[in-house]
Design a protein around this ligand. Structure first.
Ligand code: FA5
Length: 344
């Protein structure tokens, strides 16, 4: 057989083999078998040297066109096979979007946090800003500058966790009053929500709880402003008809001081176990900023007046949802927590 016939047979053979190739692997085999370094075409071309120049030209041309043709065929087949493979993969990985999905448990805010956010939003809407202070606090800010000097009996009102370095876990959010007044000049209208700590543990007292502090200072702030702001706040949380009363009290950092009670949310004022038969529930402490506190932060008490208040968030949460024991708020019992899903 002459070289020309050999080439044409080779072309035919390859075409047949290509038709048969059913996957990328066999296609690769065909490629190396015919076009590779040791392939059949290379082998034939090696014998070209024995031919006359005219023949060599003609056969060379033919060999080249066959090579191009084969390469073209392999490429096309490769595309077809790759496409088939892709179709197969798509088919295998088909997602049935009509299948019912598994249930994703969506989280929710803890009731104490939703109360904290709710209260903060009420004060934000009245133009108060939010301030923050550290939970590890200087004794000076937690007590001294709030007009509670060392050895003053008022220090015993709040059983304190002291740290080895002389600092303490803040017993209330009132030191944020001091921090804010040191940082900014009046007028001031701020609230400070946060965690506080006391050596205290019973059904209504927890060693860690949350408070919100409030402070408003300007040139003509009076007790009337305090009453008005607290009334708006309490009506927003407990409803328009909630009875509110101010009872004289004592805090070293306010003068005069008051405690605010609301009509018992459980018995509606008739008297029950929760309000200990009085029909009233204590909800927060407040008063006009004591001139001694102003002096400690270098604000002139002749020029400025102000009010402050502090409330326990757990207490309000318990009254809002009629929870009898504070400890359940911190037990992470999902049966309890799940009842508050979707509240906010
Ligand atoms: C204070 O802490 C004052 N700093 C509040 C204040 C601020 C008065 C500004 C005047 C001006 P008192 O110790 O009463 O006050 O605490 C305030 C509220 O925190 C209480 O009404 C109560 O709701 C809550 N509370 C106190 N101790 C605990 C506790 N151990 N667990 C949960 N809540 C508590």
């Amino acid at each position: 057989m002459g070289l020309k016939e050999e080439l044409l047979t080779l072309k035919e053979e390859i075409t047949k083999n290509l038709e048969k190739a059913s996957n990328i692997q066999t296609l690769e085999e065909v490629r190396t078998q015919f076009l590779g370094k040791k392939g059949r075409l290379k082998h034939i071309l090696k014998t070209l040297g024995k031919l006359s120049p005219e023949e060599r030209k003609e056969i060379g041309k033919l060999a080249n066109s066959i090579k191009e043709y084969i390469e073209q065929q392999i490429k096309e087949k490769e595309n077809i096979l790759k496409n088939l493979l892709l179709q197969e993969k798509l088919q295998k990985e088909k997602v049935d979007i009509t299948l019912p999905s598994f249930w994703l448990d969506i989280g929710a805010s803890h009731p104490v946090i939703s109360t904290l956010v709710e209260i903060s939003e009420i004060f934000l809407s009245m133009g108060f800003s939010i301030e923050e202070g550290p939970e590890i606090e200087f004794e000076e800010y937690n007590f001294d500058m709030l007009n509670i000097p060392k050895d003053h009996p008022a220090r015993d009102m709040q059983d304190t966790f002291f740290l080895n370095n002389g600092m303490l876990l803040r017993t209330h959010t009132s030191p944020v009053q001091i921090r804010t007044m040191l940082k900014r000049n009046p007028p001031i209208a701020m609230i400070a929500p946060g965690r506080v700590y006391r050596k205290d543990a019973d059904p209504t007292h927890s060693p860690m709880f949350h408070q919100i502090e409030g402070l408003m200072i300007d040139k003509d702030i009076t007790f009337k402003d305090l009453k008005g702001i607290l009334k708006i706040f309490l009506e927003n949380v407990f409803g328009k008809d909630i009875p509110i009363r101010f009872r004289p009290s004592y805090f070293p950092f306010t003068e005069p001081s008051a405690e605010v009670d609301i009509g018992c949310t459980v018995c509606k004022g008739k008297g029950c176990r929760v309000c200990k038969g009085t029909g009233w529930l204590e909800i927060l402490g407040c008063g006009m900023v004591d001139p001694n506190v102003f002096k400690a932060v270098d604000i002139d008490p002749e020029e400025y007046t102000g009010f402050a208040f502090g409330l326990g968030i757990e207490r309000i949460t318990m009254l809002k949802y009629q929870i009898g024991d504070i400890r359940i708020l911190f037990e992470n019992n999902m049966n309890f927590n799940n009842q508050f899903k979707g509240l906010r």
